[in-house]
Every structure is written in structure tokens, then in C-alpha cells.
Design a protein around this ligand. Structure first.
Ligand code: ZN
Length: 202
């Protein structure tokens, strides 16, 4: 399986990082080795002094597809979830400065937290609230109604470039409020009020 991530899909997060608003979705990949095993803590990697959390709604692909039209995209997923796209922001800044790919900053071991998945029928996908709670404080509070590209549009766009396969996961971008993690932080993700993950940082 592969993980396809979308960058800059919420205007508020684009503003906080002083990025330009993209004309089309920004795509990058994480390998399956990036997935943080269930129940494991997240260890801050030694090559970074500034790892940021980015809470994101996840979409799990249920069958193979290529050149999927947005109006049929809903047939390609039954479940959605919540996860974290951990980002070594200092490493990413260096890559950006030199115009280099971001993989060292985005695709390292443990950088993909994958929480619980739920049947999509249980939610209003166009108006879905999700939160990241760090040490009991809400640090990110997002709603899918603020996405620049909706889930079905993302699937249509991604599948022009990459064949989507059963089990692939799409990270749909983070809202405002990203920030640094420190040792002993506890990160809890909530999707429509349901606890989707609970991660300890070491
Ligand atoms: Zn992200």
C-alpha cells in the first residue's frame, strides 16, 4: 500500500506557514514503513529539533482505480479516519530552500499515525469536525467544510497520476494550529467527537 498526502488544503494553514495558495493540490507520498505501529509511542527522530504534528482526515481506498471522475470517486472509499502527518519542519525548511524533495522531512519511520477508521455513512463528509488535543488542550480544530479541494476532487486529481489501490490511504491536509511536539506529550485525535488515536511522544 501507499500513502498519498495533500499539502496546503486549508487556507488557514497556508497563511500560518506563509505559503502561497496552490493552483492545484500539492501531492507527496509516504512509504508503508512510515506507519507508526499501533500502540507504539512516537519517538522524535534524532535528525530533527522541530517535529510538528499535523492532524488530518484520512480516506481508505477500497478498490483499484485510475482516472476516476470526481462524481464517481465516492465509490472508491467506504471508510474515513484520522491521523497525524508528522513533519520535521526544520528539515523541510532546508529542502524547500534548496528546491529539493521533502521525503526526509515527511516520510521517515513513524511519521504516519493512522487512527481508527469508521464507515463514512456515519458522517457528513462536507461538514466534519476534527480536533487534535495535546496534553488536554485543543491545538487544532478543523472542519472539512474549509477544505480547498473536497475528498472526491482529491481522488479525481490524484488518480490522474497514481493508480489507487485497495488499502491506500489519503491524508487530506491539515488545518491551522500545527506545532512542535516535545517528549512526554500526549496527542489525542478526535473525529466528530470520537477518539480516533491516542499517541505518546518519546
Ligand atoms: Zn500534512
Amino acid at each position: 500500500m501507499k500513502i498519498i498526502c495533500i499539502g496546503r488544503n486549508y487556507a488557514t494553514h497556508i497563511e500560518e506557514l506563509e505559503n502561497e495558495k496552490p493552483e492545484s493540490p500539492i501531492i507527496f507520498l509516504k512509504p508503508d514503513s512510515a506507519i507508526l505501529p499501533r500502540k507504539n509511542p512516537f519517538f522524535i527522530p534524532p535528525f530533527s529539533n522541530e517535529v510538528h504534528y499535523e492532524v488530518e482526515v484520512l480516506v481508505k481506498i477500497n478498490k483499484v482505480g485510475k482516472h476516476i471522475a470526481a462524481k464517481f470517486a465516492h465509490k472508491y472509499y467506504d471508510e474515513i479516519g484520522l491521523g497525524i502527518d508528522f513533519t520535521a519542519r526544520d528539515v523541510q525548511a532546508k529542502c524547500k530552500e534548496k528546491g529539493l524533495p521533502w521525503e526526509k522531512a515527511k516520510a521517515f519511520d513513524g511519521s504516519a499515525v493512522v487512527g481508527e477508521f469508521y464507515a463514512k455513512e456515519n458522517f457528513d463528509l462536507e461538514n466534519l469536525q476534527f480536533q487534535l488535543i495535546k496534553n488536554k488542550e485543543i491545538v487544532q480544530d478543523g472542519n472539512t467544510n474549509a477544505m480547498l479541494w473536497k475528498i472526491d476532487e482529491l481522488i479525481a486529481y490524484i488518480s490522474q497520476y497514481f493508480t489507487l489501490k485497495k488499502g491506500d490511504i489519503i491524508y487530506t491536509g491539515t488545518p491551522a494550529g500545527v506545532g512542535k511536539v516535545s517528549e512526554n506529550d500526549v496527542l489525542i485525535g478526535k473525529l466528530d467527537g470520537k477518539e480516533a488515536f491516542n499517541i505518546k511522544v518519546k
